[in-house]
Design a protein around this ligand. Structure first.
Ligand code: UD1
Length: 419
């Protein structure tokens, strides 16, 4: 098990370039299954999750060239792809469930292991399946394995999602582009990553309107071709670096960002006193010292992202007052608080709400990352803490951040990785 040893108390200063978005590239890799020929994806972050998604497609018979030096993937899909994804593959990455829609649309059938729950919640897939059923698929589950097939082609349908699930919107969107007729996804997720996926599919020849809003309309087409596409910047990585600057009294310039995607995060950082100026693709954040307390309620986009809740909670642990954090998206996303308390944070958790009494300082301790964003939150807390913090289980952090230690060190942090 690898760990970070963080020497706290150093303000972050300098420039950081933000990578392509993990949550965009994963569905876009799955979407390559829909087209014949080669697709080239640029600005791909070299992350474990991306590698696992590539492994899964390769196991289905797809040829992939991983050129991380140039942040590029070349994905070539042959005429036939395998329609069986066993547990040994699917269990490595939840987002692998996103291959269901494309394979069902392309081959008319798919057998895939059900993804399990994970550290942050049970994460059901009922909304994905409701969508495929509405499009004419027959779905059977047996001993944790899901069999879906359709006679002929999937049929366009009007699908109302009970909740604007990101994954369900993406899976149904990918299935619908090759369906017969028109599909409308109502109460769709409107995250920027959905719009990026739709831009990729439209470049391939799909007819999608409204992606990025709560109603997406898709006119099915017969054929899609491979294309070249550049992934949007990772808004959660950008938010994480901004939180790190905010907690350390830093002064940071972020390059390769889309400030429109960061609105809910920027609004809250401004509310806690950060000085922020935005240009076309850069953001300058300056922290005047201890943050003021703010209240956060996580919501689907354009609300405050659940993927930034833990990192902002760390910032609030040294605020000048009382903050209330409400997590509405996942039922078990407060694991970081137990660890933050070991560093001196004062937090009371009641169900999906937490009350944080800001302290003037945190102190270094031995803690462990329980999931990706909880791990990022501990790094942020450690950067501001007095003394040294040892963070175990950093594999979780490596899943979603490229070289987090090296990049933070390049702007003044003191992080030592022990493998
Ligand atoms: C995606 C992101 C993840 C982010 C999350 C919410 C990727 C690879 N991951 O995950 O980082 O935290 O969006 O912004 O993009 N739900 C159901 N039934 C379903 C599907 C979801 O009840 O069929 C529930 C989930 O349990 C959860 C909520 O809906 O409580 C949101 O989940 P969803 O938006 O689907 O998240 P993911 O796509 O899994």
């Amino acid at each position: 098990m690898s760990k970070f040893i963080v020497a706290g108390g150093k303000p972050l200063r300098g420039k950081v370039k933000i990578n392509g978005a993990k949550n965009s590239v994963l569905p876009i890799i799955a979407a390559c299954l829909l087209a014949d020929g080669k697709s080239i994806i640029d600005e791909v972050p070299n992350l474990e999750d991306v590698n696992v998604m590539c492994d899964i497609l390769e196991a289905m018979g797809v040829a992939i060239k991983r050129d991380y030096k140039n942040r590029r993937l070349e994905i070539e899909v042959s005429e036939k792809v395998d329609t069986y994804a066993p547990y040994s593959l699917v269990s490595r990455l939840r987002a692998s469930f996103l291959i269901l829609g494309p394979i069902l649309a392309r081959e008319g059938r798919v057998t895939i292991s059900m993804p399990g729950g994970c550290a942050i919640g049970t994460r059901p897939v009922d909304l994905h399946l409701k969508g495929f059923t509405a499009m004419g698929a027959e779905i059977q589950k047996d001993k944790g394995v899901l069999n879906a097939h359709v006679t002929g082609k999937l049929a366009g349908s009007v699908i109302y999602l009970d909740f604007p699930s990101v994954g369900a919107t993406e899976n149904i969107l990918m299935a619908s582009v090759l369906a017969d007729g028109k599909t409308v996804i109502e109460n769709a997720a409107s995250e920027p990553e959905i719009a990026d996926l739709a831009a990729f599919l439209n470049a391939m020849g799909a007819h999608i309107n409204g992606a990025g809003t709560d109603t997406i309309t898709i006119e099915g087409v017969k054929y899609l071709k491979g294309v070249r596409h550049t992934i949007i910047p990772d808004r959660i990585e950008a938010g994480t670096f901004m939180a790190a600057a905010a907690i350390t009294g830093g002064d940071l310039v972020l390059e390769n960002v889309v400030s429109g995607h960061l609105k809910p995060i920027l609004a809250k950082l401004k509310e806690c006193g950060m000085e922020i100026s935005e240009e076309l693709s850069t953001i300058h954040l300056k922290s005047p010292g201890r943050p003021e307390p703010i209240d956060i309620k996580t919501l689907p986009f354009p609300g405050f992202p659940t993927d930034m809740q833990a990192q902002i909670s760390s910032v609030m642990s040294i605020s000048t007052g009382t903050s209330i954090i409400i997590e509405t998206i996942f039922e078990n996303r407060f694991m970081h608080f137990g660890e933050l308390k070991r560093m001196g944070a004062e937090v009371k958790v009641d169900g999906r709400s937490a009350v944080i009494e800001g302290k003037s300082k945190l102190t270094g301790a031995q803690v462990k990352a329980t999931d990706l964003r909880a791990g990022a939150a501990l790094v942020i807390a450690a950067l501001a803490a007095e003394g040294s913090t040892e963070i175990d289980n950093i594999e979780h952090i490596d899943r979603g951040y490229v070289d987090m230690d090296k990049r933070l060190n390049s702007i003044g942090a003191g992080i030592h990785r022990v493998d």
